[in-house]
Design a protein around this ligand. Structure first.
Ligand SMILES: Nc1ncnc2c1ncn2[C@@H]1O[C@H](COP(=O)(O)OP(=O)(O)O)[C@@H](O)[C@H]1O
Ligand SMILES: [Mg+2]
Length: 191
């Protein structure tokens, strides 16, 4: 047997998973997913990020924000996340993903799926307005904007809920890491 193969067989294969962040625009999905990704990389995991803004410019640049297009966007993301997950990668996705039905489809397709509801009151998200999108949506310059002119369906049974108006970034990150440890996706610190 070649040396490389022997080495690979001897190493315990990491169990892949998808950490799926969902929430209103400006609730904190990208911030938290980036922070958790950094910590997972520090702990030696193979990590990939799929972020709404990036995917909208690349994989889904042909799509808009109708219900149909939003569904198609999530379908594509779930497909990519599934491929990575089954190859032992820790995948962190950050999409508004407003429809319960699509998140459930993603859960079914991916299997090792951990849903993080990034919860934050609409008023706080509107105050944050990181990219000035709420302002534009309020005056009608942007149509179909989640929270203003499009629905957001709250998760009913997410594995994790973080309340970003009450808990700081570090507290949210720690809560997520603890849950991943509890679910057996992450060795407890110090192991
Ligand atoms: N606990 C928290 N978790 C995440 N973001 C927070 C938190 N508290 C304040 N923020 C701020 O809220 C904003 C969230 O922006 P962003 O992560 O781009 O949101 P989203 O990706 O959900 O649209 C950032 O400016 C971030 O610094
Ligand atoms: Mg974002």
């Amino acid at each position: 047997m070649c040396e490389g193969r022997r080495q690979r067989q001897g190493r315990k294969r990491e169990r892949g998973f998808t950490l799926w962040f969902t929430g209103l625009p400006c609730s904190g999905k990208t911030t938290l997913a980036d922070a958790v990704a950094e910590e997972l990389r520090r702990r030696g995991l193979r990590v990939e990020r799929l972020d709404g803004d990036v995917v909208r410019r690349t994989l889904s640049r042909d799509l808009g924000f109708s219900r149909e297009d939003r569904e198609e966007n999530i379908r594509r993301v779930a497909f990519v996340a599934k491929l990575l997950t089954r190859n032992g990668v820790a995948v962190l996705t950050s999409f508004v993903s407003p429809y319960r039905k699509m998140r459930e489809e993603a859960r079914k397709e991916i299997g090792d799926f951990v849903e993080v509801y990034v919860k934050c009151p609409l008023e706080v998200c509107m105050q944050r307005d990181v990219k000035g999108m709420y302002k534009k949506a309020l005056v009608g310059e942007i149509k179909n904007f989640t929270g203003i002119s499009d629905p957001y369906e709250e998760p009913l049974n997410p594995e994790i809920v973080v309340e970003t108006d009450k808990e700081g970034v570090e507290a949210c990150v720690n809560k997520i890491l603890r849950k991943l440890e509890e679910l057996g996706y992450l060795p407890t610190k110090g192991c």
